[in-house]
Write a protein that binds this ligand. Structure first.
Ligand code: ADP
Length: 440
């Protein structure tokens, strides 16, 4: 895996060190920013966003901790190398544009190249082509004051790209712009990230910008209090659990790791349409049921864990509901045992007799549970259907058909509703009592 481009470890920045007005603006910040990422530093005014950005830019040396760019401590560079770094590795855009009022737009953009010994023709050609790219080529010969705020900011975007920097820093670049200009500038910066594949670090306190970034560092009082991954963008930095905007899909992806996102969306929707419980409650319930059916939890403790409020680790269902759930679970476990016995006795000499008895018991259970009256023939047919299903001679759909089929075709003649309810319930019992042979 690639190493991060920018690493901050326990980075603190102290203003006016040793003076009476000493102030610690960053108090131990940790970041890992990867090449090609779009990072937003977000937070209220005064939380330290600009301080962090200018520290990365090479203007504010760490008071404590380390800051490495491509593995280098830029603050240990000799002055000439630091200048090279700031000129060729970093581009920067300011909230207040910082254009020189007495120079034409073209000269403003060409200016940084003067210090890099680029000849005038090349400078002007490159400046003009960048101005064209950012939609302000037609005002190249005007002075900045004749341009709108949005145009001026697009000129400074062009200027920031003139030496083809690896990292683009932007300090609230749309803070002084109307909504239309904001959109244009944000789209251009986005293009520099997605098309030119430059790393972007932007200071912003506009929540509408967050969707552009791969990740957002939330700062408060000189600390990163939260790091949030944007699930809308394909991530460059490996994502740890809990770092994304935690949605139900993430939770489902953990439960069903091999399902596609589309399938997970369907599960989420179907859950809403069919169930009264949240996935959080279901996960708790699964845990409790798992302990109960493995005999690690007795009846009373199971009921208790279902009834307990959510904050205290419970599922938070009503007592009546918890008792109903417990009764259903116990009943299913009991009959699943019959199914297990039915299937495991195949080597025994009494095989037929025992199986028949077990199937009869399951039949009586179903009749009792669904309160249906059957005649002798139907009774016998149900035993057959149960045996066929438990041995796998028929599948769930065929069992359902047999329950509805007429008595003469070895069926029971149940209504569709009765057949559906019975076969649905019986499938649950079968699932409890029959192992899956390809899973340990
Ligand atoms: P933000 O960009 O989040 O608005 P800054 O990084 O600009 O915050 O500032 C963080 C804190 O450091 C603020 O309390 C600010 O007053 C203080 N600060 C910023 N620059 C200086 C400075 N040059 N000297 C002293 N304190 C400063």
């Amino acid at each position: 895996m690639a190493k991060p481009l920018i690493v901050c470890r326990d980075l603190s920045i102290i203003y006016n060190k040793g003076k009476s007005n000493e102030f610690k603006a960053l108090q131990g910040v940790n970041t890992d920013i990867f090449e090609g990422e779009y990072i937003i530093l977000f937070g209220p005014s005064g939380c330290g966003k600009s301080t962090l950005m200018y520290s990365i830019q090479g203007s504010l040396p760490p008071g404590e901790g380390t800051l490495l760019i491509k593995g280098d401590d830029i603050y240990s560079y000799p002055p000439s190398e630091r200048v090279y770094f700031q000129r060729y590795v970093m581009g920067i855009i300011f909230q207040s544009f910082n254009l020189i009022g007495s120079l034409s737009v073209l000269d403003n953009v060409a200016l940084p190249m003067i210090f890099c010994n680029v000849d005038k023709t090349t400078r002007n050609r490159r400046a003009q082509s960048l101005l064209d790219r950012f939609g302000v080529g037609h005002v190249a010969h005007k002075i900045p004051a004749m341009l709108s705020g949005g145009q001026q900011q697009r000129v400074s975007v062009a200027r920031s790209m003139v030496n083809d920097p690896k990292i683009l820093l932007a300090d609230e670049p749309t803070g002084n712009l109307d909504s239309v200009s904001t959109q244009q500038v944000m789209d251009k910066i986005d293009e520099i990230n997605t098309f030119d594949r430059r790393t972007i670090i932007m200071v912003s306190h506009n929540a509408a910008h967050l969707s552009y970034a791969h990740r957002v560092y939330y700062l408060k009082d000189g600390l990163i209090v939260r790091e949030v991954v944007n699930p809308q963008r394909k991530q460059i930095k490996p994502v740890k659990e809990g770092e994304t905007i935690v949605t139900e899909l993430e939770q489902l992806a953990r439960l069903f790791p091999y399902d596609s996102v589309d399938t997970l969306r369907v599960k989420s929707m179907v859950n809403y349409l069919t169930q009264d419980y949240s996935f959080d409650q279901i996960v708790r319930m699964e845990h409790a049921v798992s302990l109960f059916i493995r005999g690690r939890l007795d009846r009373e403790s199971f009921i208790k864990s279902l009834v307990l409020p959510f904050e205290r680790g419970g599922v938070e269902v009503s007592e009546a509901e918890a008792k109903r759930m417990t009764a259903v679970t116990e009943r299913m476990m009991h009959h699943a045992d019959d199914i297990r016995r039915f299937r495991s006795r195949k080597d025994n000499a009494n095989i037929f007799f025992n199986q028949h008895k077990l199937a009869e018991r399951m039949r009586d259970h179903l009749i009792g549970l669904f309160r249906i009256k059957l005649n002798k023939e139907q009774d016998a047919n149900l035993v057959e259907v149960i045996a066929d299903r438990v041995t796998g001679v028929i599948d769930a759909g065929e069992m359902n058909q047999r329950l509805m089929a007429g008595v003469r075709s070895s069926g029971l003649g149940l209504s569709e509703k009765e057949a559906d309810e019975m076969s649905r319930y019986f499938e649950k019992v079968v699932a409890q009592g029959v192992d899956v042979n390809y899973k340990a």
